[in-house]
Design a protein around this ligand. Structure first.
Ligand SMILES: [Zn+2]
Length: 157
């Protein structure tokens, strides 16, 4: 028996089939290395966390990203899952003085957080680019529709 498989969202994706597929993992990896998610050559950041407006290598517009609070959120999650078990293991195994904990974990937390924030933001920009999120979608418009005057009048009553 030969049954042709059609994905349930096959019809939904037909409308977007004109857009070229953007593989998510390579885009996220390019972002992780702070490179343009499109070409992998141009710089993704002009400052520590300031993204470039447009890729200097391929011209891809990067400014559309809306990483917002996601990079710190994921950074806190990852760093917390490294620091807290290590802190508890050290305490249980060796019971060091409090100053040892302070001298060890505060700098390590700062170093890990500051070191991971940028690549995590880069990979999230890569994810948004690959999924055509926000302004990376050519059909997306940031302009809000004009309010209907009749609707406004009705709400005032
Ligand atoms: Zn590029």
């Amino acid at each position: 028996m030969n049954v042709a498989y059609t994905s349930p969202d096959a019809h939904a994706s037909e409308a977007k089939s004109e857009r070229p597929a953007r593989p998510v993992m390579p885009a996220m990896l390019r972002g992780l290395f702070c490179r343009c998610p499109s070409c992998g050559n141009g710089k993704l950041f002009s400052g520590y966390l300031t993204s470039v407006h447009t890729c200097e290598s391929c011209g891809e517009e990067i400014h559309h990203h809306r990483a917002d609070d996601a990079p710190p959120y994921f950074t806190i999650t990852v760093v917390g899952h490294i620091i807290i078990p290590a802190l508890l293991a050290l305490e249980v195994l060796y019971r060091p003085e409090v100053w040892v904990h302070l001298a060890l974990w505060i700098p390590l937390t700062l170093i890990l957080s500051l070191g991971m924030l940028r690549p995590i933001k880069g990979s999230l920009i890569g994810l948004q680019w690959a999924l055509y999120m926000h302004g990376f979608d050519p059909e997306f418009s940031e302009e809000l529709p004009e309010p209907d005057p009749a609707d406004t009048l009705q709400r005032r009553k």
